[in-house]
Write a protein that binds this ligand. Structure first.
Ligand SMILES: *Cc1c(COP(=O)(O)O)cnc(C)c1O
Length: 364
């Protein structure tokens, strides 16, 4: 059978291996498996969310409220925006899909960092867009601007903090950069880890309201999958001026977010204490990673997120190391598909991290 010729070029997204798969493949007991591969919140989610979701299980037979009124109101309040500035997706992933499909077509140029979130490229390939990348490993806005001037891309992706490297851009520098970009170029600011970055360094805080008030060509993406601990609920959002949101809405399938997810996200937004505690614990555990790599002479990239990227020596092969860890029940992310000899490790609970130190020490 022949398929859309664009399909040939598309690689599957390589998700962190689920615990169930490691149980089956290696016969390891679930209790002996630690997953530090998908940047999930190791402390789960707010207990208020669990209560709220269990209280609405009877609503499962009904379609969700497709206006998403309650969650939109909560997001509007949080960011001091209006409903018309918000679109909610099945993960912010889905919003990325909408915006690429809305703006790009065959041959459209899309600029992104040399190493960044893989879904930008996958959706870009759906429409046959041309992908341009910087050379520098961390976001260098000067380099972005040089390429922009020469190539005039239609979309620019800025992931801050960046996945999978963990570096973040100063908000002021980003603002200055945006001032120089033509209003027909859509700039996507992916803030999937912003809750972490803000707590480490307030200079990294990108404020969606300021962006949207100033720029009609910018969309900010957020997710409930990381700091809010709701990866399994598949819910995220895009914030932009109403003109952009209106276009994206044309691509939104009806009922794209479940009733349970909408409720979970709304209640999660209301429990700031939970997020704060998770973030504080995250950075306190990150210190242990920093000490560990210092001692072992491994390089890490300074991280503003809930993961660290360990750059290995040439004598250590990241795929091999990730595999050896896997056989011992420790799931991490090998970054060789990003052309990096590195592994990305989500910062887990104290016990999970200790286990990681133990196992990696055995292997190295
Ligand atoms: C996790 C992540 C997302 C989106 O996650 P969803 O679960 O689809 O909301 C988006 N961007 C980056 C950089 C991420 O790491």
């Amino acid at each position: 059978m022949k398929f859309n010729t664009k399909m040939k070029d598309i690689k599957n997204y390589e998700a962190g291996k689920p615990i169930e798969l490691v149980v089956r493949e290696f016969g390891i007991e679930p209790k002996d498996i630690v997953k530090l591969a998908s940047n999930e919140n190791p402390y789960g989610c707010s207990s208020k969310v669990k209560d709220a979701v269990s209280n609405i299980l009877t609503k499962m037979s009904l379609y969700p409220d497709d206006s998403m009124m309650d969650l939109k109101a909560a997001l509007a309040k949080r960011f001091d925006l209006k409903d018309e500035n918000i679109i909610i997706g099945s993960g912010s992933d889905q919003v990325i899909e909408f915006l690429i499909h809305a703006k790009a077509q065959e041959g459209t140029k899309i600029l992104m960092n040399s190493i960044t979130f893989a879904m930008y490229e996958i959706y870009a390939k759906h429409v046959g867009a041309e992908i341009l990348r910087t050379v520098s490993q961390e976001h260098d806005l000067d380099e972005f601007y040089e390429i922009y001037k020469k190539e005039k891309p239609s979309i620019i992706f800025i992931c801050t903090p960046n996945n999978p490297t963990g570096d973040a851009i100063d908000a002021q520098k980003l603002f200055d950069f945006l001032m120089k970009i033509d209003s027909d170029t859509l700039v996507v600011i992916d803030g999937a880890y912003m809750e972490y970055a803000i707590s480490k360094d307030s200079k990294k805080e990108v404020k969606p309201k300021e962006l949207i008030e100033e720029f009609e060509n910018v969309i900010y993406l957020g997710t409930f999958s990381k700091a809010y601990g709701l990866g399994g609920m598949r819910i995220g959002y895009g914030l932009a001026c109403s003109n952009i949101i209106k276009e994206l809405y044309k691509l939104r399938p009806p009922f794209n977010v479940t009733t349970l997810s909408l409720e979970a996200a709304k209640v999660a937004l209301g429990d700031e204490e939970f997020v704060k505690n998770s973030v504080v614990a995250n950075f306190s555990e990150m210190k242990r990673y920093e000490e560990f790599v210092n001692e072992k002479k491994i390089d890490i990239i300074e991280s503003y997120t809930n993961f660290v990227t360990l750059c290995l020596n040439p004598s250590q092969n990241s795929s091999q190391i990730a595999n050896l860890l896997l056989k011992k029940g420790m799931i991490v992310r090998d970054l060789s598909s990003y052309n990096m000899n590195a592994i990305r490790v989500t910062i887990g609970t104290k016990e999970q991290n200790s286990r990681f130190f133990e196992l990696i020490q055995e292997i190295l």
